[in-house]
Design a protein around this ligand. Structure first.
Ligand code: PMP
Length: 382
């Protein structure tokens, strides 16, 4: 049955990319692979806006996060983890398990990190004990985008590495790896890159490479130095996820055709459509406009109605798949993804189904009101 996959990952895979997934295997130690890897690396560098090395792992995004800890932080070192939700908490937990001394800087779920607080904390660190600052770019659990540029600026001249999880941000919102001086940036395949889950990407600055050399963690599969050594000869240390890479080459061509500025503008427009539509139906949004994500929108369930009941009806009756709330937000919100291969019509269909599902759950929605508000946003933008 037809489904509308309105998730913040995995996101819909375009037909062109699906066809690329079905190509025959090639020798990963041969010349064709070298050509493929070099095309992909060039395309990724454009999306990351960097001249730094980019390493590709066959892994979930979390694998990329683990690589970003295991390679740059030694046991006993102090790190500062800025968390505004589930994925910030995950970075802290990974660092803790790798033996780092973790200091968490928590902000309430649904809010963004305050650059002034980061600046103040790092200024207090006179002995430069903090070796790395971890930041989530786009917090998928709440639909909040941190002001990454301002946070990086707040870290100023402090020598800590600046390590970013942009798994759900990169490619849908602005991020300048070089322009903003980001040392490590982690992204994943199943979000704005429009390919299936299973690849993570990690951009590594010169300073971060130096830290990787000094790092005392045991590493084998995740040893990023090994990956760089092989990348120099157009290979990966271990057998790569070939279908994923062929698909990525195709999706990077699509990204180039549409152009990053237009892609970001489209995501912003889809976000504004969703927010206008949801508001017009009389529902509340979890987060304020100024920090609202281009990739995912968290909607509060109306009083007395479970978010998961709305989701169930959306799925069973209308084939629209939206995400639930995580941890403390479980059953209180649902999250509409508008990330990757998604267009205005998908948003209108989703809102139309949402109106009907709300009525099905006993909420007095006015049919057409959400759709209309979203249409107005779309028309105003063209
Ligand atoms: N960080 C963020 C911000 C994410 O949105 C996700 C995936 N939802 C991850 C990390 C983890 O990615 P994965 O589920 O592929 O491990």
């Amino acid at each position: 049955e037809k489904q509308y996959l309105m998730l913040p990952g995995p996101t819909p895979v375009p037909p062109r990319v699906l066809r690329a997934l079905a190509k025959p295997m090639i020798n990963h130690r041969g010349p064709e692979f070298k050509t493929l890897l070099s095309e992909i690396t060039a395309g990724l560098k454009e999306v990351f806006r960097t001249e730094n090395d980019i390493i590709i792992y066959p892994s979930a995004g979390t694998g990329g996060m683990e690589a970003a800890v295991a390679n740059f932080i030694s046991p006993g070192e102090k790190v500062l983890v800025v968390s505004i939700g589930n994925f910030g908490d995950r970075f802290a937990e990974i660092a803790r398990r790798f033996g780092a001394r973790v200091e968490k800087m928590d902000f309430a779920w649904g809010t963004a990190a305050d650059p002034a607080a980061l600046e103040e904390r790092l200024k207090e660190d006179k002995d430069k004990e903090i070796k790395a600052v971890f930041v989530t770019h786009n917090e998928t659990s709440t639909g909040v985008t941190n002001d990454l540029k301002a946070l990086r600026k707040a870290a100023g001249e402090h020598p800590a590495l600046f390590i970013v999880d942009s798994v759900s941000g990169l490619g849908a919102m602005e991020l300048e790896t070089d322009g903003w001086n980001l040392d490590v940036v982690v992204a994943g395949s199943q979000k704005s890159f429009m390919i299936p889950p299973g690849l993570s990407f990690i951009a590594v600055s010169r300073r971060a490479w130096e830290a990787a050399e000094k790092c005392t963690n045991a590493r084998y599969y995740w040893d990023i130095r090994e990956a760089r050594k092989y990348a120099e000869k157009g290979q990966t240390p271990y057998t790569p996820a070939l279908p994923q890479l062929t698909a990525l080459a195709e999706s990077l061509r699509m990204i180039k055709e549409e152009g990053l500025p237009r892609i970001i503008a489209r995501h912003r427009r889809l976000r504004d459509m969703v927010r206008a539509g949801v508001r017009a139906l009389g529902l509340e949004l979890l987060v304020k406009d100024e920090i609202a994500s281009n990739a995912v929108t968290a909607v509060c369930a109306p009083a007395g109605i479970e978010a998961d009941a709305i989701r169930r009806l959306l799925r069973e009756r209308y084939g629209v798949i939206v995400a639930g709330g995580q941890n403390k937000l479980k059953n209180k919100i649902f999250r509409i993804g508008h990330l990757g291969y998604v267009c205005e019509t998908d948003i209108l269909a989703t809102l139309a189904a949402l109106e009907m599902a709300l009525i099905g759950c006993g909420f007095k929605a006015n049919l057409g009101q959400g759709v209309r508000a979203a249409q107005e946003v779309a028309l105003a933008a063209t």
